[in-house]
Write a protein that binds this ligand. Structure first.
Ligand code: C2E
Ligand code: CA
Ligand code: CA
Length: 669
C-alpha cells in the first residue's frame, strides 16, 4: 500500500528525520536483498514462476485507489502474485520480482529515485517478516499469520514515513491506514495460496486472476468517485458541508501540529457568508438565473480566497482561511474576500448587487473543533446582520457580559448539564376563553431557583443566555419539560395546550423542530397541544431562516403565537408573512386599558385586525375585572393574567384547575 500523501516532493519539515528514516529502511531492504541472493535462488525456475512474475509487473501498471474516510490510498495489486511467488519459490525470487514491479511502476508514475527505493525496501522488509514466519510451516494457519504480519509491517513502515513527512499523530495515521487498506490488501495477499494451487493445475489459470483484479479496480474507482461526489455541491463544484468538515478537520490537525512546534501562523479562520437578497433574485428572475448567480459568486470567492470554499446549501457559503497569525489578520482576510462581491453580477445584461454578511470564527480562540467554529461563525454572522453590518468576528460571551452575568451563565450551564437538577422548572399560567370561561391553554414560564441567589428574574436570565450557546440547551430542556408535563398530567389537566417561549436563536436552525418532533413521538402527545411563542425581534435578524423553521413547525402541526404584539417594529408585515395562529397583545397595552382611552383604542384595533386576519387573539396582563369586561366586549378570544391566576407550579395548577371547574359548574348551575 501507499498513501497518496507520500508525494515526490521533499518534505518541508522534519526533513532530516524523514530522510534518515528513508535511508534506514532502504538500507535494511538492500541488506535483506543482497543477503538472500546467494543460495536463495533455485537453480531453475519453472514456467509458473515466469507467469506469476509477468502478471505481477502487468498488474502494477494500474494500481487502484482506495478512499477511506480521511485518506486516499493506493493499493498495488502485484502483491498477490509476489506473495504467491514467495509461498512457492521463496523469499529471493519474490523480492526480485517485486523490485522489478516497483521499478516499472516508478517509471510509469514518474516516482523519484528515493521514493522508488523506499517503496521497494518496505516491501522487502515486509516479505522478510512473512518469510520468517513461514520458515516453520506452510500450513494455512501460518499463511494467514504471515499475511497479517506482512500487512502490519508494511503499514507501519509507510505510516511512519507519512507521519514524519506530514505529522498529524502517528497512531491516528496508522489506525486510518490499516482501516482503509485492510480489505484490499488482505484480499490480495490471501488470494496468493489460491494462485499457487491454480498454478499446480495449469499455469494458464494464473493470468485469469488479472480479470478479477480488473473488476476490483473498476469497483474501487467507482466508489472513490462516489465518495468524492458525496463531498461536492453539484451546482458549483465546490465542497459541500461534508467536504468542508473534512477540509477543516484536516487543517485543524495541521494547525495543532504547528502549535506543538510553536510556529506562528497557527490560526485558522472559518468564514460563514450569507448572501443578501438572493431570494428576491430567485423569486423574480427564476431559479436558472439564481443558479447562475450562485455559480458566479462561487467563482469569485474561489478566485479571491486561496483556500477551501464550500457551499452549504441555498445562498450560504463557507470559507476556510488557514495559516493566520492573529484574529485581526482573519478580519482583514474576510474583508478582502467580501470585496469579491462588491462589483454587481451581470446576468442577462442586468447588473445584480450581491451583498452579504460574514461571520468569522477563529481557531483556537473561538473553538477547537468544526462544530464549535461553525456555531460561532453563525453567531457572528447574526450579530453582523442584526447590526446591519456585513462583517462580524465572533465575540465570546465574555465580551457581552459582566463577570456577574458570566458567573450566572456558568451556573445555568452547570444546572442544565446536571441530570436530575431540580432548580430549573416551568410554572404554568392559565389562558381563559373569554366567551366560556374555560381554561384552554397554559403558558409555560421559566423559573430558576439558584442555589445561592434564590429565584432569578427570568427576563434577565433570558437576556444573558440568549447571546450564548446555553440558550439552546435551556430551550431544549424547557420543551422536553413541557411535553413531559403534559404526558404526566394526562387527563387530569383536560385537553389544554401548553405554550412555550422560544428565543431568536432557537429558530435559526431546524434543530428545534427535530427535537420537538422526536419528543412528541416519544411521549405520544399530539402536536396541537404544543404552541410556541416567538417575539418580533426574533424575526429581525434573519427572516428567511426563521421562516424556514417556522414553516417546518407549522407542518408538524404546532401553532405559533406572536408574543408581545405591538411592541415590535413592523408588526403588520409579520402578520402577513408568518405562519401564525395567534397573537398576544403585549401587557403594556392591556395594563392601561381600564384607565387610558388610547390604550383601549389600540387594544380594540389590534383585536379587530387579528380577527380580520383569522388569528386567535390573547390579551396578557389582565389584572382586574374592568379590563376583563372590556376585553369581552371588544371580542377578544383569550385572556391571561393575575385576575385569573398567577403562574403556578404543576401541582398547584392541577388544584387550581379543579377549583376553577367546580366554580364554573356552580356558576352555570
Ligand atoms: P412574556 O412571555 O411576555 O411572559 C409573560 C410575563 O408576564 C410573565 O413574566 C408573567 O408572569 C407575567 N404576567 C402574567 N400575568 C401578569 C399580569 O396580570 N400582570 C403582570 N404585570 N404580569 C403578568 P415572567 O414569568 O417574569 O417572564 C418574563 C419574560 O421572560 C417573559 O415574558 C418572557 O419574555 C421571558 N421568559 C419567561 N419564561 C421563558 C422561557 O421559558 N423561555 C424564554 N425564551 N423566555 C421566557
Ligand atoms: Ca410569552
Ligand atoms: Ca408577552
Amino acid at each position: 500500500m501507499e498513501q497518496s500523501a507520500l508525494r515526490n516532493v521533499a518534505p518541508p519539515r522534519h526533513a532530516h528525520r524523514f530522510f534518515a528514516y528513508v535511508a534506514v529502511v532502504v538500507g535494511a531492504g538492500a541488506m535483506l536483498l543482497v543477503g538472500s541472493l546467494p543460495g536463495g535462488f533455485p537453480a531453475s525456475l519453472p514456467a509458473a514462476f515466469w507467469v506469476l512474475a509477468g502478471c505481477a509487473v502487468v498488474a502494477d501498471t494500474k494500481p487502484f485507489v482506495q478512499v477511506g474516510r480521511d485518506d486516499a490510498m493506493m493499493a498495488f495489486p502485484s502483491v498477490c502474485f509476489t506473495f504467491a511467488i514467495m509461498l512457492a519459490f521463496g523469499f529471493a525470487p519474490a523480492v526480485l520480482v517485486q523490485l522489478a514491479a516497483v521499478a516499472i511502476t516508478a517509471g510509469w508514475l514518474r516516482h523519484t529515485v528515493w521514493r522508488a527505493a523506499f517503496n521497494a525496501a518496505q516491501y522487502f522488509v515486509s516479505f522478510a517478516v512473512a518469510d520468517l514466519i513461514l520458515r516453520g510451516s506452510h500450513h494455512v494457519g501460518w499463511i494467514v499469520v504471515a499475511a497479517v504480519a506482512w500487512f502490519v509491517v508494511n503499514n507501519l513502515l509507510v505510516s511512519t514515513a507519512v507521519w514524519l513527512r506530514f505529522g498529524q499523530g502517528w497512531r491516528a495515521r496508522f489506525a486510518r491506514a490499516v482501516k482503509t487498506d485492510a480489505l484490499a490488501t488482505g484480499a490480495l495477499l490471501l488470494s496468493a495460496p489460491g494462485l499457487v494451487a491454480a498454478a499446480g493445475v495449469d499455469v494458464l489459470l494464473i493470468p485469469l486472476a488479472l480479470v478479477t483484479l480488473y473488476a476490483v479496480r473498476r469497483m474501487t474507482s467507482l466508489s472513490a468517485q462516489r465518495a468524492l461526489e458525496a463531498r461536492r455541491d453539484p451546482l458549483t463544484g465546490l465542497a459541500n458541508r461534508k467536504g468542508l468538515e473534512r477540509a477543516v478537520e484536516q487543517r485543524l490537525e495541521e494547525h495543532a501540529e504547528r502549535a506543538a512546534t510553536r510556529q506562528t501562523a497557527r490560526r485558522l479562520a472559518l468564514l460563514l457568508l450569507d448572501l443578501d437578497g438572493f431570494k428576491q433574485v430567485n423569486d423574480s428572475l427564476g431559479h436558472r438565473v439564481g443558479d447562475r448567480l450562485l455559480i458566479e459568486v462561487s467563482r469569485r470567492l474561489s478566485e479571491r480566497a486561496d483556500a477551501e470554499v464550500a457551499r452549504l446549501g441555498g445562498d450560504e457559503f463557507a470559507i476556510v482561511v488557514p495559516h493566520l497569525s492573529d484574529v485581526a489578520e482573519a478580519r482583514v482576510h474576510a474583508e478582502k474576500i467580501m470585496d469579491a462581491l462588491r462589483e454587481p453580477v451581470l446576468l442577462d445584461g442586468l447588473p445584480i448587487d450581491v451583498g452579504g454578511s460574514v461571520g468569522v470564527a477563529v481557531y483556537p480562540e473561538h473553538g477547537t473543533g468544526f462544530e464549535e467554529l461553525m456555531q460561532h461563525a453563525d453567531v457572528a454572522m447574526y450579530d453582523a446582520k442584526g447590526r446591519g453590518d456585513n462583517l462580524a468576528v465572533y465575540a465570546p460571551e465574555a465580551d457581552h457580559n459582566s463577570p456577574e452575568r458570566l458567573s450566572l451563565l456558568a451556573d445555568l450551564r452547570r444546572a442544565l448539564e446536571t441530570p436530575g437538577d431540580r432548580g430549573i422548572a416551568l410554572y404554568y399560567q392559565p389562558q381563559v376563553e373569554l366567551a366560556t370561561g374555560d381554561v384552554v391553554g397554559l403558558e409555560a414560564l421559566l423559573r430558576w431557583h439558584h442555589p445561592q441567589r434564590g429565584l432569578v428574574d427570568p427576563e434577565e436570565l433570558i437576556k444573558v443566555a440568549e447571546h450564548s450557546s446555553v440558550m439552546r440547551l435551556l430551550t431544549f430542556r424547557l420543551i422536553d419539560n413541557a411535553i413531559d408535563q403534559l404526558a404526566a398530567w394526562g387527563d387530569r389537566a383536560g385537553r389544554v395546550r401548553v405554550a412555550v417561549n422560544v428565543s431568536v436563536r432557537d429558530l435559526h436552525t431546524g434543530e428545534i423542530a427535530d427535537r420537538i418532533e422526536a419528543k412528541l413521538r416519544q411521549t405520544g402527545i399530539e402536536p396541537e397541544r404544543l404552541e410556541l411563542e416567538i417575539t418580533e425581534s426574533a424575526l429581525m435578524a434573519d427572516p428567511r431562516r426563521v421562516l424556514a423553521t417556522l414553516a417546518r413547525l407549522e407542518r408538524l402541526g404546532i401553532a405559533i403565537a406572536l408574543d408581545d404584539f405591538g411592541t415590535g417594529y413592523s408588526s403588520m408585515l409579520h402578520l402577513r408573512r408568518l405562519p401564525l395562529r395567534e397573537v398576544k397583545i403585549d401587557r403594556s397595552f392591556v395594563l392601561g386599558v381600564a384607565t387610558d382611552p388610547d390604550d383601549a383604542a389600540i387594544v380594540r384595533s389590534m383585536i379587530d385586525l387579528a380577527r380580520a386576519l383569522g388569528l386567535r387573539i390573547v390579551a396578557e396582563g389582565v389584572e382586574d375585572e374592568r379590563t376583563w369586561r372590556m376585553l369581552v366586549e371588544a371580542g377578544c378570544d383569550l385572556a391571561q393574567g393575575w385576575y385569573f391566576a398567577r403562574p403556578m407550579p404543576p401541582d398547584g395548577l392541577l388544584d387550581w384547575l379543579t377549583r376553577h371547574r367546580r366554580s364554573a359548574v356552580a356558576h352555570s348551575a
